[in-house]
Design a protein around this ligand. Sequence first.
Ligand SMILES: [Zn+2]
Length: 206
Amino acid sequence: MARALLVVDVQNDFTEGGALAVSGGEALAKRITAFLGRHAEEYDLIVASRDWHHGDDDNGGHFAGVEGPDFVTSWPVHCVAGTPGADFHPDFDTRTVDVQVFKGQGKPDYSAFQATTDDGLPLHEVLGAHHVTEVEVIGMATDHCVRASALDALAAGYAVEVIDDLVAGVDAERSALALAEVREAGGHISSSDMDEGLANPGGAVL
Ligand SMILES: [Zn+2]
């Protein structure tokens, strides 16, 4: 019985200034780092996924052609493997990350459960090897890859929690719907304690 934290796609192309920026992405990267500073030791395994696309093809129609992106199934070119856009955001401190998984290599992957390690091991097997039964999901984007990852985790039989103040979405309404969908599928939506510290930023004992 082990608990994993899955940090989804905190990459430059999904943060301000990136090819497919999620508003609030940079702030989220900082907040996740602060969260890890407080809580990393409470997880048996911390996994970070990255969108990791081919640069020389359209990744199964995931990259828009001349007609332009529809932002539903086709997108601007983003997170091409090995480019700065595919790097983790510099404010996301990955020192406590145990395993990285990569998705979208020639395919339109949204879920981290479609991702593999660089040795080709699927996420589900990585979690199995560590006896993980509970997965907490944070990262980006709530309405796309966080949603798909959480739903896949539930379908695979994990207990799933999405921490709602450690995610950022493209569209507020669709993000709220995504969290409702996760809840309906049996997942839990929780909040971190990250705002509690902010009420007393000096940390002084009163
Ligand atoms: Zn992608």
